[in-house]
Design a protein around this ligand. Structure first.
Ligand code: MN
Ligand code: MN
Length: 305
């Protein structure tokens, strides 16, 4: 009998990878012949989790054959899935996103409006009476922490909080300490050059007439990134010159405390002071509560340009 393939969405995150492993374990216990797969390699954060547990990354698949039996986790849409999903046979979906697919046949569909697929899977383990061992608990816990940014994101529900607390006991970890380390691993910039960092997530835009680049780098430790400040500034000044920019804002976003440290260079750097009522000292200031470039930076900067 051919194996049922279990996989999550494209550009896999920690929830997608761990949920395929955790559902595969559940289905195996229930007597199904399944294999956890992924539409890509694990990112640095997920790598941290897999290394911590000594688990290998799921096999990468690009597509599935016609008629292949599959189970989906952490997504329920054709766009986020393998190209040939429409010709596959979906047996089960476990998810926490909006419903983005229909089928011409019945299937087991389980989605809840919670912060993470693993919160749903944890409930399913309880319902089926399948034991959550230490490894499974750690996988679940890691994903919930990842999706909810250590229970701080607006998407986090009471159920996610409850699950993390229970799972931390089984996993025997201090979830705050472990979670911070895991999130930090995901924002590890050590393998990138200064040029790469300044290009990871740079958006060129015009704030009215002000020619601007706003670059955002996520971190769990602002001071760690600020250790590179002199090099970052040299790189930014080079780009300002090359692109004849009026302003270069580098947002170093603390994903744990939900603040951004900004480094602002260029002849219009003072706009940052006007927009946020802060004083730039040594080209930098802390923007409290600012995490979204789209919602909290571009509009207010445009207004003040
Ligand atoms: Mn996901
Ligand atoms: Mn998720």
């Amino acid at each position: 009998m051919e194996k049922i393939l279990i996989f999550g969405h494209k550009n896999p995150d920690t929830d997608t990878i761990t949920s395929s492993l955790v559902l595969a374990n559940l289905e195996t216990k229930l007597g199904k012949n399944v294999e956890a797969c992924a539409q890509g390699k694990p990112n640095k954060e997920t790598e941290f989790v897999l290394n911590y547990l000594g688990i290998e990354a799921p096999r990468v698949i690009e597509d599935v054959e016609d008629g292949q039996e599959v189970m989906l986790v952490d997504h329920a849409s054709f766009e986020e899935s393998v190209p040939n999903l429409e010709n596959a046979k979906i047996l089960r979906v476990v998810d926490h996103h909006k419903l983005g697919l229909t089928t011409s046949y019945p299937l087991n569909y389980r989605a809840e409006a919670v912060g993470c697929t693993e919160t749903v899977l944890y409930k399913m383990y309880k319902e089926y009476g399948v034991e959550v061992d230490k490894k499974i608990a750690t996988l679940m816990l890691s994903a919930i922490i990842s999706d909810t940014l250590l229970l701080k994101s607006p998407t986090c529900t009471e159920e996610d909080v409850k699950a993390v607390k229970e799972l931390a006991k089984i996993a025997e970890v201090d979830y705050e300490k472990y979670g911070l380390e895991m999130l930090k691993a995901g924002t590890d910039l050590s393998s990138f050059s200064i040029e790469e960092i300044l290009n990871l997530d740079a958006k060129q835009t015009s704030l009215k007439d002000v020619k601007t680049i706003i670059n955002q780098v996520n971190t769990a430790s602002i001071p760690e990134v600020m250790e590179m400040k002199a090099d970052l500034e040299a790189g930014m000044n080079k780009i300002i010159e090359e692109k004849e920019l009026d302003l270069f804002m580098l947002l170093i976003t603390d994903i744990v405390n939900s603040n951004s440290q900004v480094i602002a260079l260029g002849k219009d750097a003072k706009l940052v002071e006007k927009a946020y009522g802060v004083k730039l000292e040594d080209n930098t200031a802390l923007l409290k509560g600012v995490v979204s470039r789209k919602k909290q930076v571009i509009p207010i900067m445009t207004e003040n340009a």
